[in-house]
Design a protein around this ligand. Sequence first.
Ligand SMILES: Cc1cc2nc3c(=O)[nH]c(=O)nc-3n(C[C@H](O)[C@H](O)[C@H](O)COP(=O)(O)OP(=O)(O)OC[C@H]3O[C@@H](n4cnc5c(N)ncnc54)[C@H](O)[C@@H]3O)c2cc1C
Length: 304
Amino acid sequence: MHHPWPDELLRVPHRRDVPFAKLTTLGVGGTCQWLFEPTDEKEAATFLRACHKEGLPYRVLGMGSNLVILGDVAIPVLRLRFPAELKRHGNLISAPASFGHIRLSQQAAEMGLSGMEYAAGIPGSVGGALRMNAGAYGAELIDVLDTFRFLTPEGELIEKKPTPGEFKYRWSFFAEVQAVATAMTVKLAEGDRDTIKAQVAVNMEKRGTSQPLSKRNAGCIFKNPTGASAGRLIDQAGLKGLRVGDAEVSPEHGNFLVNLGKASASDFAELMDTVRAKVKEVHGVDLEPEVEIWRNASPVAGSL
Ligand SMILES: Cc1cc2nc3c(=O)[nH]c(=O)nc-3n(C[C@H](O)[C@H](O)[C@H](O)COP(=O)(O)OP(=O)(O)OC[C@H]3O[C@@H](n4cnc5c(N)ncnc54)[C@H](O)[C@@H]3O)c2cc1C
């Protein structure tokens, strides 16, 4: 069969034509035509070296909880599928980048280690959490990050401690270089197991009551403008409940645009455009997307 990629790349485990509905929490979008799923750092490095050698663009996918995909993606997409194993040395826990962020928070609590409670209720992978410096309730990943491992776009493996400027509010240097996080070690504090588990449960519970988690979503769609709440601006513009096809502004939370079942990429794009235009008209405020948007082959973060 004719295929567009070099043989070296095709040695990495891969699948064809996987619907993004199965790869993202929102479930909107087209097809991921080439999904590469390395099972260890060596295979991930092979992927990156092959792309680098051929000058091929590629995208990195975690658990797809911060992405809005608007169409098919024809360029190679990398999604790590490393064995889901944690390693513990005293107060340090190491996790592969494909490990679930919420699961890590729960496992740390089981071990009687405190510091990851903030992550209860933030979906996604450890890799996505590193990329986004994910956080909630006044805490974020960088607060507990001891060391992390990543592959450079050339396929070189680096392990290091974070240095100032690499991780900021919902941003990390991964946004600028197309490096791939492969693992991290967090430094936690010993505490009372039951108290930590109770805090994890409280944080999970808070999400269930303030966010429409029964509908497919990608978390908050727009960033809060300085000094304002995007959700409130959307609500005050009378947009809660607005629908385009199966895409809806959640009646419960204005900054959650949800998929009621079969929302198409164009329904979703139209709903986002309408919300932005109406908020601009009513409040004179330009809402910026908080989610990353992949339009066809290339993600154009923050642009609509
Ligand atoms: C209901 C809900 C609530 C949420 N609440 C919060 C919250 O309170 N706080 C918060 O911070 N976020 C929140 N989010 C957003 C989201 O959960 C985080 O941004 C999460 O860290 C994304 O992880 P992911 O694995 O799903 O990444 P994806 O959505 O798959 O990807 C996001 C970005 O990370 C990159 N990426 C993924 N894996 C890697 C890797 N291994 N190496 C390098 N780059 C990588 C992708 O290329 C992309 O740029 C919420 C989302 C939902 C659906």
